[in-house]
Design a protein around this ligand. Sequence first.
Ligand SMILES: Cc1cc2nc3c(=O)[nH]c(=O)nc-3n(C[C@H](O)[C@H](O)[C@H](O)COP(=O)(O)OP(=O)(O)OC[C@H]3O[C@@H](n4cnc5c(N)ncnc54)[C@H](O)[C@@H]3O)c2cc1C
Length: 560
Amino acid sequence: MLIHEVLVVGGGLAGLMAALTAAPKADVAILSKIYPTRSHSGAAQGGFNAALGEDDSVEAHIFDTVKGSDYLGDQDAIEVLCSEGPEVILELERMGVPWTRTADGRVAQRSLGGAGFPRACFAADFSGHVVLHTLYEQVLKRGLKIYPEWHLVALLVEGGQVAGALVYDLPRARLEVIRCKVVILATGGYGRAFAKTTNAHANTGDGMAIAYRAGAVLSDMEFVQFHPTTLYGTNILISEAARGEGGYLRNINGDRFMAQYAPQKMELAPRDVVSRAIFKEIKEGRGINDQYVHLDLTHLGEGLVAERLPQVRDLSMRYAGVDPAKAPMPIEPAQHYSMGGVRTDTWGMTSLPGLLAAGEVANVSVHGANRLGGNSLLETVVFGRRAGLKAAELARQEAWPALSQTTVNRARQSLVAILDGGEQGVTEDTTFAIRREMTGIMTGQVGVFRVGHELEDAVKGLERLKERYGRLKPPGGRQPYNYALMDYLEVGYLLDLCEIIARGALRRTESRGAHYRLDYPRRDDENWLCHTFARCGEKGPEFSAGPVKITRYAPQERGY
Ligand SMILES: Cc1cc2nc3c(=O)[nH]c(=O)nc-3n(C[C@H](O)[C@H](O)[C@H](O)COP(=O)(O)OP(=O)(O)OC[C@H]3O[C@@H](n4cnc5c(N)ncnc54)[C@H](O)[C@@H]3O)c2cc1C
């Protein structure tokens, strides 16, 4: 058995920030199923929001975020996010982040969707990459213990308190128990639940599903963000930075169609608005080949594209064969971000004592029904830092929680059965077939436009897939790097989450932010200005409603 006071699960921005903050005051270890620097955070291009500009203000950032969230975000949490933004950007700079500069040497900022000011701090279009590497250097410098390629498979809960984790060491094919006082989940999102997604293969929602199974509350899972601009076919993200630097969206007639949907903000309206507009253009016959629209940067000039958007250019040339400085890129919307997650307070505390969460796995909730570009990276560092502070405090105050051999054995046994390949259900079915059908259902029926009867079909289809999954023969095998085993576990996590997302979307009979119901096209504050909570019951998720914290801004109609 290994022992650490604080176990941080996840080596992305939220996890590394939490670990660095907790480390001076507690014994901290980082567990990450992929090498930390390969975390999805490294793919982020656009930037980190913070109200640094002379004309900008924390107040304006708060208002934009509340409005962007379609009034579902908790305003106390949004106040924390926006007020701590500027100082955390400077803290990152002191750690060594080379932010892109203005001519007079200040941190440069670009416009992203739904923001009243250029507010996103960036490093060309490698923003996530450079911050991830900077934090990782700090982790190395301070000699923190890292368990790379170790997977969290279950939380060990004794008397309602998290007392440790069951983890699988993939390179050595071993199960291990890590005893701890606090677990911080920073395991990112579940994008791989969808066939069309910008997310990395590792984004399979493990932490959300494991926390849910252990008794933690998930919230607002029906809110899934679809990014308007991903390369047609591969769904590789073309960052909002491309529109922030002045890119236009055009239909088959060459028209900037956003003029009809968001006359003021145009291409820089929030993502839910732009994604719906693109689908509508395609559906009404104004798409190209009836499949996609164009993102046009040709008027920006080769110099600006090369300097500010080098990664966008490279991705488009490699994967679409188009040099965006010379021709428009073919783009379509795809799943991008998990607004819902493990419910936390503003210190990362979940409903389960001893369990904290931060970053995309968490729902604190600062994004409500729709996240603004640049607010997620900010969330990872602001709330990662707060979770780290809270964990160190708990590690100092709390005694070691009890952890009995019975609890450990129970958790171990279910995993050992999987490792041994189990007896049950020799079927022709495969994890791959189930995954393909699941992701097809999610993109096809639980996507940008939703409607009651399709959501009902989706729920039934997912139920059938869960039954089939239950009959699968576990892949077994105790050889190192058994990815078939990890795939099997990950599809199990995703099925749990898909069920909660689809059922939550069916329950919510209104349209708000990214959740758009064709059969209920209006926002309904009277009945639905509330969070959705989901708990793991005997027969699947049990739902309830919770109040939204409104401190300054009463809901208004949301126009751009
Ligand atoms: C292509 C792309 C571009 C983006 N651009 C922007 C942007 O410009 N601005 C913005 O604000 N947001 C952006 N986002 C969103 C933002 O990048 C993410 O929300 C954020 O980086 C998530 O960070 P995280 O630390 O929560 O999780 P991640 O970076 O996803 O890290 C998750 C970590 O958890 C670990 N993990 C997962 N499961 C397990 C397990 N079972 N056991 C052990 N470890 C596990 C993984 O190894 C990984 O280290 C973008 C997202 C994408 C996909």
